[in-house]
Structure formats: structure tokens, C-alpha cells
Design a protein around this ligand. Sequence first.
Ligand SMILES: [Zn+2]
Length: 84
Amino acid sequence: MGTAFVNCDETIERLYSYLDGELTDDRRREIAQHLDLCGPCVHAFGFEAELRKVIANRCRDHVPDALIDRVASALKEEQIHPQG
Ligand SMILES: [Zn+2]
């Protein structure tokens, strides 16, 4: 296992910020580099990205605000209390 790039746990944690557009260009580059090399993280990233898209596009019409709040809270919890 190479260690030249950020590890999976760090990548997953940063995905949330990445999706929120809160990361610096350097951090984005690190994550993008990791995603190029790590299949599992690509899946995780894809899932989160899809979730955000669903929330952004569809949920506005079909899902109660309470559910959107719950998802947003869950994602924030992940950031506040990262595993490991
Ligand atoms: Zn990974």
C-alpha cells in the first residue's frame, strides 16, 4: 500500500467538505489523486455526490424538509466526529 497520498479514512472525511466546496485547491488535488487510485473511495464519492444531487434536484419537490435536515445533520456529524 502506498502512502504518497491521503489515506481512505481521510479521503472519506474530506469528501463531505469536497462536496460542499469548502476545500482548498491543494486538498481537492489530494482527494482527486486518491480517487484516481482507489476504487472503494470512488464508490463512496459517487454515492455521496449522487445523494447531494438527489437532494438538490428532486427532494425540493418530493421530500419533506425534515428529511433533508436529517441527511444534512448526518453528514455534518461525520465531519464533527470522524471515525478513528
Ligand atoms: Zn481510498
